[in-house]
Design a protein around this ligand. Sequence first.
Ligand SMILES: *Cc1c(COP(=O)(O)O)cnc(C)c1O
Length: 245
Amino acid sequence: MNCHEYALTMNDLKERYQNIAQQLQQAAERFQRPIPQLLAVSKKHPAEAIETLYQLGQTAFGESYAQEAIEKQQQLAHLPIEWHFIGPIQSNKTSEIANHFSWVHSIDRLKIARRLNDQRPDELEPLNICVQVNIDTEASKAGVAIADLVPLCEAIAALPKIRIRGLMCLPSRLGSESNEHDQRLPFATLAKLLEQLKQTDSLDAELRQQLDTLSMGMTNDYQAAIAEGATIVRIGTALFGARTA
Ligand SMILES: *Cc1c(COP(=O)(O)O)cnc(C)c1O
């Protein structure tokens, strides 16, 4: 990534940021839903762009690549940013993630959750996580199968330094190019799964109460996600422009 190639000016960023904030508000009104939290997905964009958005009031940023994220975190160490990890997680990256993030949205295996738990420093708050669910089975390999969701949550619930906050999905590209009705289907499924999880007696009552997060919706489909009750939308392109790398 080369910062000099970054095309947006500070004013462009400001306009896009204000526009998205307005869009989220309008969608929430239109669908009679709460306004979701905006997670600004800054992968492949330079620290300077993050700092600009931070100065405008954005505090939560999402990154998909551990090494890239940590470099930017070092450049921005003077800012109290809340960092969310949203990408696929390899075992050899768990230590970096456990040490440098407040949230992880992409947990789909117990092995990874265990490593994050074991590597989470005692002086940090428990790591907030969303379990990523494979909503459209054939299209992608990421995410836990719906049938395995409850057992996975039961096992993660036993990890003291991991706090399950809810569910995340990343519908296939096919879905994100179709109309709003079709886009809503996987999000409705995820919302239903969260409701079911809250009613699952085998899960501890306190844990069920903290299940308040539906991480769903990106640049192309966040309206549909809000319609189905997204509490966090993860938006990159609409804020920062196209990713070149
Ligand atoms: C890149 C990414 C996003 C943001 O996508 P845009 O289409 O640029 O808004 C959201 N969620 C995940 C998991 C991503 O990898």
